[in-house]
Design a protein around this ligand. Sequence first.
Ligand SMILES: NC(=O)c1ccc[n+]([C@@H]2O[C@H](COP(=O)([O-])OP(=O)(O)OC[C@H]3O[C@@H](n4cnc5c(N)ncnc54)[C@H](O)[C@@H]3O)[C@@H](O)[C@H]2O)c1
Ligand SMILES: O=c1ccn([C@@H]2O[C@H](COP(=O)(O)OP(=O)(O)O[C@H]3O[C@H](CO)[C@@H](O)[C@H](O)[C@H]3O)[C@@H](O)[C@H]2O)c(=O)[nH]1
Length: 438
Amino acid sequence: MNIAVIGIGYVGLVTGVCLSEIGNNVTCIDIDEEKVKTLRSGKSPIYEEGLEELLQTNIQRERLHFTSNYEEGLAAKEVIFLAVGTPQGADGSADLTFLNTVCSDIVKYLHNDVVIVTKSTVPIGTNEHIKTSIEQNAITNLTVKVVSNPEFLRQGTAVHDTFNGDRIVIGCEDEEAMDIMEEIYKPYNIPIVKTDLRSAEMIKYASNTFLATKISFINEIANLCEHVGANVDDVANGIGMDGRIGGRFLKAGIGYGGSCFPKDTNAIIALGNRVDYPMFILESVQYVNEKQTDILVDKIIKRFSGNIEDITIALLGLAFKANTDDMRGAPSVQVAHRIIDAGAKINAYDPVAVENAKSVLPKEVNYVKTIEEVLNHANCAVILTDWKEIKEYPISLFRQYLSYPIVFDGRNCFSLEKFNGSGIEYHSVGRPSINRQN
Ligand SMILES: NC(=O)c1ccc[n+]([C@@H]2O[C@H](COP(=O)([O-])OP(=O)(O)OC[C@H]3O[C@@H](n4cnc5c(N)ncnc54)[C@H](O)[C@@H]3O)[C@@H](O)[C@H]2O)c1
Ligand SMILES: O=c1ccn([C@@H]2O[C@H](COP(=O)(O)OP(=O)(O)O[C@H]3O[C@H](CO)[C@@H](O)[C@H](O)[C@H]3O)[C@@H](O)[C@H]2O)c(=O)[nH]1
């Protein structure tokens, strides 16, 4: 199939590369000319495991192309995927500016009937608006068949998720377009959920906000565990073994971040307000999440008797989650600002996110290249991302490098047993603290 993908971000690039891998002829289009240049040379502008190899293979096979030119990119394409950003607007709702711009810019290059597939996360009713907008502005009399095909990949495992998704959701009210979508996705061999446009759009928001709810729920239970002396890891394990609850997304920590959960929770709250149906559960989910980073920083300040002025704090991990260089919505941003505002110094380490971190963290932050350097002479270590190399770090080295070994673990990377008797003070989320004497 001849496919165009508009918007080459995390979703568009992974979608385009994987669709070419299963045999389609794909052209990815982006207004960012630098990005297009980088991609043409076989380099991925984002860090995603396995992506660069597939990118290079399919460029060599001449099945994968990149351009900034709509005319060139859209020529003879039967299906056009839209994957531009839908960031949070000032009132919390999804800002559709990028999507609307694409819809008005592509019309002059559309000469025949076309299937438009929306991968971007969009408010309910957007696909109907896309159809009307393109058909009304088209230069020839053409029919647009719209498909809502929300994306469920996770950053860090995006390629794996694309080939091994739990389901593919296709919202479509046209039989022919549905058949085309089934044909495209057949090689993935993933169950397909067929539904109407509005339900597909809602499935995306309901999925993300349900997962966000699980995280805020377990974080609230974790905070209570700290007050009453229970261990949230055991609690999560104990409840998660009930198949009705499920054990995934019950990892307590400093709260969810990223480019999706915070934004999509806000968008659905804004949508509820717009139709005069306030989303009470999601408002609480968001409230608990925003408090979660503050609870960690308060714990640090309290440990230093209310004053962290002039102490040095080592931040381990900056990205919003492991295996990505993405800093969008990263809890480290709020943590770093509060620490700097309170007068402490920060040494920071992340294996891949430092370049992106520089534009969002306070300018006072000092970046280093190894875990040893970040710990060296710091007064305490604060773990913010559960990178493998952090989780597997020999804990004896915390004692060796920190001036007085105190670790605040915002991701519960280590078992409590590891720190028992280690001579290191260890504070985590929703679990009893370990004193140096333990
Ligand atoms: N990041 C994720 O993990 C993820 C997962 C599922 C769904 N989503 C949703 O997918 C959408 C895209 O997210 P993302 O993270 O890939 O975004 P992104 O910001 O990484 O990428 C968007 C790309 O669109 C390009 N763009 C903007 N305007 C354009 C135009 N007029 N023409 C061509 N290109 C244009 C930008 O230059 C950028 O490269 C969002 O709606 C998001 O909510 C994201
Ligand atoms: O038990 C958990 C699981 C996750 N997180 C945090 O939640 C955030 C999001 O994690 P994750 O869902 O793994 O990453 P994303 O790449 O943001 O993926 C989510 O958002 C995407 C964009 O919409 C969807 O496509 C995915 O299905 C959905 O999982 C991160 O800060 C994680 O640290 C926790 O705190 N505890």
